[in-house]
Design a protein around this ligand. Structure first.
Ligand SMILES: [Zn+2]
Length: 275
C-alpha cells in the first residue's frame, strides 16, 4: 500500500522515464477507475505533461491546461511499455504517448482513482482542501498542530492516519513514527504535550525522508517489466517486526482503529496527563 515515500518514488521514476511527453490518446478499460464523466477525463488527450507533482499520497500530472490527479490506493502502479497490448488483465487505463510508448495503469484491487481537472497554481486543487500539509512540507508548525489536535480524545495512531492532520502517512509509517517517539499508538492525543508534537513532526520528516532516499535505488534500477509501484525494501523498526530492535522484547500486534498495529510495550509509553 503506497504511502508518501512510495508515491514520491513513483513520481520521480515517471518524471525520469517519461519527461515532457504528450498524451496522444487514452483508453479506459475499467470505467470505475475514472472518477468523473469520461468526456471530462478525455480532455487530457493532446496535452503535454509539463510537471510531475505529488501532494500526500496523490500523484499529479500537470499538463498544459489540465491536470491528471491519480490516487494509487492499495495496489495501483504504472507500467511503461512499447506496446498497446495490456501487460495483463489488471491494466485498466492506457495512455498512448508521443514518444511511441504506452503508460499503462495496473491495479489488481481496482481501488485506485483518477480524475482530470483544470490546472491550478501551487497545487490548489479542490480535492486537497480538506488535507493537512504534505507530511514532508518544511513549513509544518508543530505548535499549530498541537493547538488544533491536542483537545481531541482520539488515539495517536488515528490522528496520524487522518489525512487532515498531515497528508501522506499510512499504516506502516504511522507505526514507525509512534515507535521513534516512544509513544504507544493508543495514547490519547489529549494527553500529549507540546514536546510530543515536536517529536512527532521531527520523526515524521526524518522517517519519510529516509524512506524516500531508500526509494532512490528503485529509480536507478527501474525496469519496465516490473512496473512503477514505488515499493522497496523498507528498513522498519517496529511494523511487521517480531522482536524490538532496541530492547529485544517481543513486538505486539494489536488492532487499533481498525488497523493492524505493531508496538513494543516496553519502549512505547502510554502518556497520562498529570493532575
Ligand atoms: Zn522495545
Amino acid at each position: 500500500m503506497p504511502e508518501l515515500p512510495e508515491v514520491e518514488t513513483v513520481r520521480k521514476t515517471l518524471m525520469a522515464q517519461l519527461g515532457s511527453v504528450e498524451i496522444e490518446d487514452v483508453k479506459v478499460l475499467w470505467r470505475n477507475i475514472v472518477d468523473q464523466d469520461l468526456k471530462d477525463f478525455e480532455r487530457i488527450v493532446h496535452q503535454r505533461i509539463e510537471a510531475y507533482q505529488r501532494y500526500g499520497k496523490y500523484l499529479i500530472f500537470e499538463c498544459e491546461k489540465d491536470a491528471l490527479i491519480v490516487h494509487l490506493r492499495m495496489e495501483g502502479k504504472f507500467y511503461i511499455l512499447d506496446t498497446e497490448q495490456p501487460y495483463d488483465k489488471h491494466v485498466h487505463v492506457i495512455f498512448r504517448l508521443s514518444d511511441g510508448r504506452y503508460l499503462q495503469y495496473h491495479d489488481t484491487r481496482k481501488f485506485g482513482k483518477m480524475k482530470v481537472v483544470p490546472k491550478q497554481e501551487n497545487l490548489q486543487y479542490t480535492c486537497f482542501e480538506k488535507l493537512g500539509k504534505d507530511a514532508i512540507d518544511p513549513t509544518i508548525d508543530s505548535f499549530e498542530l498541537y493547538q488544533k489536535w491536542h483537545p481531541k480524545k482520539i488515539h495517536l495512531k488515528k490522528m496520524l492516519l487522518d489525512q487532515s492532520f498531515l497528508a501522506g502517512i499510512g499504516n506502516i509509517y504511522a507505526d514507525e513514527i509512534c515507535f521513534s517517539c516512544g509513544l504507544d499508538p493508543q495514547s490519547i492525543v489529549y494527553d500529549l504535550s507540546r514536546h510530543d508534537f515536536e517529536n512527532i513532526v521531527f520523526h515524521t520528516h526524518r522517517i519519510l525522508m529516509g524512506a524516500i532516499r531508500s526509494g532512490g535505488t528503485t529509480i536507478r534500477s527501474y525496469t519496465s517489466s516490473l512496473g512503477v509501484s514505488g515499493l522497496f525494501q523498507l528498513k522498519l523498526k517496529v511494523h511487521h517486526q517480531k522482536v524490538c530492535q532496541v530492547c529485544g522484547s517481543p513486538v505486539e500486534k494489536i488492532q487499533s482503529d481498525g488497523r493492524g498495529t505493531y508496538r513494543c510495550r516496553k519502549c512505547q509509553k502510554k502518556k497520562r496527563k498529570r493532575g
